[in-house]
Design a protein around this ligand. Sequence first.
Ligand SMILES: [Zn+2]
Length: 155
Amino acid sequence: MLTSPPPGGLGLPPRRPDCSCPEHADELTDLLLPVDEAGEPPVRLADLIEARKVGVSPAEPQEHWLEPHDESDAGPERLGPFHWGLRVGDEAHDCYSDEAPWSLDQALLDRPGVEQVEWMDREEFLVGAPTLCASGVLAAAARALADPRVRRLAA
Ligand SMILES: [Zn+2]
């Protein structure tokens, strides 16, 4: 039985084995991520994780909810909740292209368990995924990077 989080706050994100992730990053260590550059070898997910080029950490309390600066008042009052911060460093940037059919946040949002994605910065994302643990979010990010729709070139 889950206890409800305090108003305005979030409960702690789940940890293994209490999460419901479809898969975890340590099951994907041999996953190869194609690079969006003809003739370039793919990147191993395990190498990116080891070199700390991709990583997941709990979102800071001030990141749980975002207030969009929308002066037209047309958008939602706030975005969220976001449970995780996802870092996708420069090396992983070779795996996707800004000119691809899908942006990386779209591919991430397509993963099971991922409910919200906000692209904060070139390398920083906020992810709303109340049932995923950190390793599950990392696996989802890896699958998004492996998605052929985030590249111009067919894999
Ligand atoms: Zn998990």
